[in-house]
Design a protein around this ligand. Structure first.
Ligand code: SAH
Length: 346
């Protein structure tokens, strides 16, 4: 495998270049791309290429696949959490959720994370490495294979900070969106960030129609910096200015995620601050009852508090939803399954 490249790390344009460099016509690139995203395991399965071409592909490339190391399925709602292992032994989590409108997968973008949000399990142990775009594609493909079903929505909201692995994430979006391959519309892709402001501006320039989600969790800089160290670098107002530009350029509303943590960010006053911050924006707030993580002391807000928080925001004209707690019986919060796995193998 040394010197061979995972074919899923090549965009369609890269594949065209490859064939053109070898003196072959462009339609060969299209054929190869289509076969790869029909999920062949082996280049020998390609039916419309001559033997010598397949041999050439075998010499230059391999088709990477992830292994399902563990799978937990919720008995309540069918949510399935996968621990997926790549060929260097590192494992990440992906979660498959069933909605009325189809299947949605939440994928990881890094092994671990270096953003250090205090309530998040992914950050325990820091960043191990970035995932390649091919590995992110395989997170989707291995789950489709396992379920023998097509996934319609992608959320980049698993372990890792997508904007800390920017180039691979963009390549992933472009490949999965390609109509010759998996053909998932960018409007069906949500990218969630803790607020890496310069990358939000880069993302605007990509001119993609993805939903941008911001993990806000507090409307007050001091509190946000305590729970999300990234805020010391990029303040709330800088994040908001970038988001306003995103909505202006894309005409898409931004989603703000707000994990409600008992006695930390769930007071009435916090809801008013958030309402004032967002009232003039085209946005949507998703309230998430915080998931308790082993070794961390945060508790979920009371149901009444959550409902009151929602009502307060709605009085500011902000559309607010409370996230359904899917998979609560299967450690579906970010990074928890991987954390348990690491503890067991060590
Ligand atoms: N780094 C990106 C994406 C990964 S985290 C980001 O920060 O957006 C995905 C979402 O889950 C974020 O909103 C994150 O703040 C939230 N999250 C992390 N740990 C959580 C927990 N214990 N309970 C509830 N939400 C959590």
């Amino acid at each position: 495998m040394i010197n061979k490249i995972n074919i899923k790390n090549l965009t369609f344009a890269d594949i065209i270049n490859y064939f053109c460099d070898k003196g072959y016509p462009k339609y060969r690139a299209e054929q190869l791309f289509q076969w790869v995203y029909k999920d062949i395991e082996d280049f020998d399965q390609i039916k419309n290429m001559p033997k010598n071409m397949i041999e050439m592909l075998n010499n230059d490339f391999y088709i990477d696949r992830a292994v399902i190391e563990r799978k937990q399925k919720s008995q309540y709602d069918g949510t399935a959490k996968y621990l997926l292992k790549f060929n260097d032994g590192n494992a990440v989590e992906a979660v498959l959720m069933h909605y009325e409108h189809g299947r949605s997968i939440c994928i990881s973008t890094q092994v671990g994370c270096r953003m250090n949000c205090t309530f998040c399990a992914s950050t325990i142990g820091g960043l191990v490495r970035n995932l390649t775009c091919g590995e992110m594609l395989e997170e989707v493909m291995v789950v489709e294979r396992d379920e023998t079903a097509k996934i319609s929505n992608i959320v980049l909201m698993g372990s890792g900070e997508p904007f800390d692995n920017y180039d691979e994430v963009i390549k992933f979006i472009r490949i999965i969106n390609d109509s010759k391959g998996m053909n998932i519309g960018t409007r069906h892709i949500t990218i969630s960030t803790c607020g890496v402001v310069p990358k939000i501006y880069d993302f605007i320039k990509e001119k993609l129609q993805c939903t941008l989600a911001i993990s806000l969790h507090s409307a007050e800089d001091q509190r946000r910096s305590e729970i999300m160290p990234v805020n010391k670098k990029y303040s709330i107002s800088e994040v908001i200015v970038a988001c306003k530009q995103y909505t202006e350029e894309t005409k898409r509303r931004v989603t703000f995620e707000y994990a409600l943590i008992k006695d930390i960010n769930d007071a009435k006053e916090d809801a008013h601050k958030l309402g004032n911050l967002l009232k003039s924006m085209r946005c949507h707030v998703n309230l998430i009852p915080v998931n308790s993580v082993e070794g961390k002391t945060y508790l979920k807000s009371e149901r009444n508090t959550i409902n009151d928080f929602k009502e307060t925001l709605e009085r500011y004209g902000i559309e607010t939803t409370i996230r359904r707690e899917l998979g609560s019986d299967i450690d579906a919060a970010c990074g928890q399954l991987r954390q348990k796995y690491i503890e067991q193998i060590n």
